[in-house]
Design a protein around this ligand. Structure first.
Ligand code: FES
Ligand SMILES: [Fe+2]
Length: 386
């Protein structure tokens, strides 16, 4: 039993056991609709990397039920617009294609826009004199390029990208994010609500039971905690222990780096084993000494979520003749398989008529933070609607 006040004042552990979200949060259409409107349409959402989006290209994407296009012009500028023509609303772009002559042409009646979304031509339609082309440009969408990671926000008044809930953007300052290339991508189509993923991501109480191999690699995980300062008996004087076991320096199958380690990392960053940066609700980046993982979430419904993991490495790592893709991918892929199974198991159990809400343990402080972040965005009374 943990008595409030018995942990060190700098401990991140909760001093209480708060309730979880109610089960409706994971199944109810009203909750899901509210989240689409108030969370996914109002947050910065990760849509891909500049390095994987060549200049002179238009790419259709879908976000929160809205169809958008990303446009990368020949001058290197990337913009986002709603994928709808101002003439009669046709879809402008159905699949990734070239930006011919720097123009976007609607396939229906050939209205043409420049890369800034300005209407250039109404083609065979001959407007009367009161028609003003400047009033018929494409609908723009806010776009942010953060170190080559592209985010869009559907809101007319997006939150400041550099503010909470996106913490510590400088945390990855020593990783060469902009120049990394994709070594591998894999998708997990999970039968769970998107919040189940983040809750599982935010605690390590499940690690000893769910991740046997990962827990052998990471000593803290074997104790059900993310880091030594989460131990109930932790004090600032607790001697540090290696972050990874058996001389491993990274999360590959053999524990060895998949290529040269990133040269600008500090000794502390190398010793840490992995650095995490979370962008609610859309993605996280895990930084290792030799590669980066980007996990992207896309809700496909109330009880279905697509998780995409990208493994990013330096170009010279990928080009090396001895590069071993299986060694890079398989360790993490096993962990994600295990997490996906855990998430689906959690979702199935929530169907019970007897389950109303659960209880967080003090070690689940990051889940409590996630719930507070979510509740701050949802309309009042949603939890009372049942
Ligand atoms: S709907 Fe696009 S040109 Fe007519
Ligand atoms: Fe996990």
């Amino acid at each position: 039993m943990l008595h409030p006040g018995s942990v060190h004042p700098d401990s991140p552990l909760l001093n209480r056991c708060p309730p979880t979200l109610p089960r409706e949060a994971y199944r109810d259409p009203a909750w899901y609709a509210a989240e689409v409107e108030h969370v996914w349409k109002k947050s910065w959402v990760y849509v891909g990397r500049r390095a994987e989006f060549p200049a002179g290209t238009i790419r259709p994407i879908e976000l929160a039920g809205q169809r958008l296009i990303l446009v990368h012009d020949d001058a290197g500028q990337i913009r986002a617009f709603h994928n709808t023509c101002r003439h009669r609303g046709a879809e402008l772009c159905a699949s990734e294609s070239a930006l011919r002559g720097g123009r976007i042409t609607c396939p229906y009646h050939q209205w043409t826009y420049d890369a800034q979304g300005r209407l250039i031509s109404t083609a065979f339609g001959t407007p009367t004199s009161e028609f003003r082309k400047e009033e018929h440009g494409l609908f723009p969408v806010h776009l942010q390029d953060w170190r080559g990671f592209l985010f869009v926000c559907l809101s007319d008044t997006p939150p400041d990208f550099t503010q909470a809930p996106i913490p510590e953007l400088s945390k990855l300052a020593n990783w060469p994010l902009e120049r990394l290339v994709s070594a591998h991508r894999r998708e997990w189509d999970m039968a769970c609500n998107w919040k189940i993923f983040w809750e599982n991501f935010n605690e390590c109480l499940h690690c000893p039971g769910v991740h046997p191999n990962l827990s052998k690699r990471v000593p803290a995980f074997a104790r059900g905690i993310n880091a030594p300062n989460e131990a109930v008996d932790w004090t600032p004087d607790t001697p540090p222990v290696p972050s990874l076991n058996d001389g491993a320096c990274t999360w590959t199958v053999n524990g060895k780096s998949c290529g040269p380690e990133f040269p600008d990392l500090t000794e502390a960053e190398r010793a840490e084993g992995a650095g995490f940066l979370t962008f609610y609700p859309t993605c996280y980046i895990t930084a290792h000494v030799d590669f980066l993982r980007v996990g992207t979430l896309k809700p496909l419904g109330r009880e279905r979520t697509l998780l995409t993991i990208d493994w990013l490495v330096a170009p010279e790592t990928l080009a090396a003749s001895d590069f071993d893709l299986a060694n890079l991918v398989d360790f993490v892929a096993e962990v994600v398989d295990e997490d996906a199974m855990a998430c689906e198991m959690n979702q199935r159990g929530l169907v019970s008529d007897r389950y109303r809400a659960g209880t967080l343990m003090p070690q689940e402080f990051d889940i409590a933070y996630f719930h507070a972040w979510l509740r701050a965005r949802l309309p009042e009374g949603l939890e009372m609607s049942k």
